[in-house]
Design a protein around this ligand. Structure first.
Ligand code: RTP
Ligand code: MG
Length: 143
């Protein structure tokens, strides 16, 4: 028996721009997870500094923040047993060129020759990250 988890999923600006929000939500629901909250938002430098604190100082950090500010994101709270691991599996590998077919990144993403990997989605990578990230994007929900 496992506990019900929540995960913070983002459809990044490339996914929203390409009109893939519905397809990505469809895959999450088809897997059997519940959508607890869905909101189209403009990220801010403050939100992204908190969200991506672990990546500060890495070479891709500045282009990543610039990309995440390039248009609205769809912020989603997903719920279900082992949904953190489950959504990471649905999303596929970080690099969409090599992400397995059948995954969101593998089916819908590619390399566009840009400064940072535009890979359509973010998903929390641990229960601790999920709690922290849900607090950042949905202050009213908690974890
Ligand atoms: P995410 O956090 O977005 O779910 O993705 P992830 O765990 O698979 O990747 P992570 O290592 O946390 O990196 C966060 C995001 O930064 C961009 N990135 N670009 N070498 C690169 O150009 C590079 N490395 C990472 C990607 O957008 C990645 O999702
Ligand atoms: Mg990550």
């Amino acid at each position: 028996m496992t506990d019900v988890q929540r995960s913070l999923v983002l459809v990044k600006p490339d996914g929203v721009r390409r009109g893939l929000s519905g397809e990505i939500l469809r895959r999450i629901e088809a897997k059997g997870y519940t959508l607890v909250a869905v909101e189209l938002r403009d990220a801010t430098p403050e939100i992204l500094a908190a969200h991506y604190a672990e990546h500060e100082g890495k070479p891709f950090y500045a282009p990543l923040v610039e990309f995440m500010l390039s248009g609205p994101v769809l912020a989603v709270v997903v719920e279900g047993h082992r949904c953190i691991e489950g959504f990471r599996s649905l999303a596929g590998a970080t690099d969409p060129t090599v992400a397995a077919p059948g995954t969101i990144r593998g089916d819908l993403g590619r390399d566009w020759g840009l400064a940072v990997q535009q890979n359509l989605v973010h998903g929390s990578d641990s229960p601790e990250s999920a709690e922290r990230e849900i607090g950042i994007w949905f202050a009213d929900l908690g974890a």
